[in-house]
Structures are given as structure tokens and as C-alpha cells.
Design a protein around this ligand. Structure first.
Ligand code: ATP
Length: 250
């Protein structure tokens, strides 16, 4: 791969195949997917239930391994890493936001945001970066609160700031608004987009929700473990229409 490609693509999978089980119970969750996630972009992964969205995210993020094909973070082929190096790569170069906010209840907002840096023994980290991040997520007046003193939307904003704290190459978000009402969800999605664009970081989000997907720069659609479409500048209506096309006529 050329250097130019490496700098433009934060993460990608090439001919990704993931097979669960064997024989009669075999499921091809991914069936030859090739997709790239460009630097500074917010990409949503959509598709019907069981189409392979979570599997694609887990394999692209190094949380699960492919049966065949390759997954890269930057120009690092995850398949060439042993468990220790994979753990370090996930810690240092990847951020995660999950549906459950997964904050540490005994730590303050500031301590939760810094947690990945503290776990990595990264000293004070980049204080300018952290300072800017706190403003992007709008948490400056909540830094000394505990998670239980925050709304769900505020807690997810903390989780977003934590995911970006270590300046990862890519942040993977799995249904990040699944536990939020539409207003708080909209705020978190706007924030993910801003964080990606203002910090030139890459966000990849799995969602069921066309309204959520419409916040992304691009939507990739999976069906039966295959990449079947991509949509630039999505709107909720266009995404919904595309999803309807997957429904089998009765
Ligand atoms: N650990 C596993 N063992 C066996 N089969 C699995 C496993 N994980 C996923 N699958 C199967 O792989 C296929 C893809 O699952 P996946 O969770 O990636 O889909 P999804 O699009 O994220 O679904 P949903 O929208 O319902 O969350 C499904 O048929 C699922 O049952």
C-alpha cells in the first residue's frame, strides 16, 4: 500500500469474511466485504437486523478476528498482531462509544475522560487537546460531577470525550443513541460529527436509526453480510427509503 493511501484511510477491511459455527449451524456474518473509512469522516453502517453490522465493526476495530480477508487500522494489518500488540493498538489508536455509557461511577467527569490516558500511563496527555475536547462536548461546567449527577445525554457526551481523549485514529460507536431520547440523541450525534470534523478524526457508527444515520457524512449499507450500497450526504428520508428496499415483499 502507498503512503498516500495510508494517510487517507483511518480503517478498512478487504474481502472480509466472518463465519460463525460449522456445518448445519454455519453463518456467514460477513461474506467478502471491502470498505474503507476515510480520515476525518463520520460513516454510519446500516442494514437489516442480522446483516453483519456489529460483526463488521468488531472485526474492523480488532475486537474480533476475521475468518479470511484483512482488517487495517491505518496501515497496520490487525491479522499480523499477537494478542498483546492488538490490545495495545486498541488502547492507543482506537476509541469506543457503546450504547451503555460505561462510565466509572466513582470517578468525576474529568477523571472519566482522562481514564484511557491514565490506563496507558500517558502522563498528562496533550492538555490543549483535552481542553479543546471539553469545549467540543460542552462539559466544562460539569467536570467535577459524578456520572449519577448527569443526564443520560450528558453521560454519553462524557463517553464521547473519553473515546477521543487519547487522539485515536478512529472512534467506533455501537448504537450510541440507543438509550437516549431523540433530543439528547441528536445532541450526541451532532457532537460525534463535530468531533470528527474539528479534530480530523474518523468516526464509524453502527445504527438502526435512519435519523441517526443522517448525521453521518456517508452511510454504507449491508445486507446478508455483503456491502450493497453507499450513500453520500444522507438524509433520514433517503436512508429510510433505501432501508425499505431491503424489505421482502409479502
Ligand atoms: N457469536 C456468534 N455466534 C454465532 N452467530 C453469530 C454470532 N454473532 C453474530 N452471529 C450471527 O451473524 C449474523 C450477523 O450478526 P450481527 O450481529 O453482525 O448483525 P447486525 O446487523 O449487527 O444485527 P442487529 O441489527 O440485529 O444487531 C447474524 O445471523 C447473527 O446471528
Amino acid at each position: 500500500m502507498t503512503t498516500a493511501t495510508a494517510t487517507r484511510t483511518a480503517a478498512r477491511v478487504v474481502e472480509a469474511v466472518k463465519v460463525y459455527g460449522r456445518g448445519d449451524t454455519e453463518v456467514r456474518a460477513l461474506d467478502g466485504v471491502s470498505v474503507d473509512f476515510p480520515v476525518g469522516r463520520f460513516t454510519a453502517i446500516m442494514g437489516p437486523s442480522g446483516s453483519g453490522k456489529s460483526t463488521l465493526m468488531h472485526c474492523a476495530a480488532g475486537l474480533d478476528t476475521l475468518t479470511s480477508g484483512a482488517a487495517y487500522i491505518g496501515d497496520t494489518d490487525l491479522g499480523t498482531l499477537d494478542d498483546r500488540r492488538l490490545t495495545l493498538l486498541r488502547r492507543d489508536r482506537v476509541g469506543f462509544v457503546f450504547q451503555a455509557f460505561n462510565l466509572v461511577p466513582t470517578l468525576t467527569v474529568a477523571e472519566n475522560i482522562r481514564l484511557p490516558l491514565d490506563l496507558a500511563g500517558a502522563g498528562n496527555g496533550d492538555s490543549e487537546w483535552l481542553d479543546a475536547l471539553i469545549d467540543v462536548v460542552g462539559l466544562r461546567d460539569r467536570l467535577h460531577h459524578r456520572p449519577s449527577e448527569l443526564s443520560g445525554g450528558q453521560q454519553q457526551r462524557v463517553a464521547v470525550a473519553r473515546a477521543f481523549a487519547g487522539q485515536p485514529d478512529v472512534v467506533f460507536a455501537d448504537e450510541p443513541t440507543g438509550n437516549l431520547d431523540s433530543r439528547a440523541g441528536g445532541e450526541v450525534l451532532g457532537l460525534l460529527g463535530r468531533a470528527a470534523r474539528q479534530t480530523s478524526r474518523t468516526v464509524v457508527m453502527v445504527t438502526h436509526d435512519p435519523v441517526a444515520a443522517a448525521h453521518a457524512d456517508e452511510v454504507v449499507f449491508l445486507a446478508d453480510g455483503c456491502l450493497v450500497d453507499r450513500m453520500e450526504s444522507p438524509t433520514a428520508d433517503k436512508v429510510l427509503d433505501r432501508m425499505k428496499a431491503f424489505e421482502v415483499p409479502s
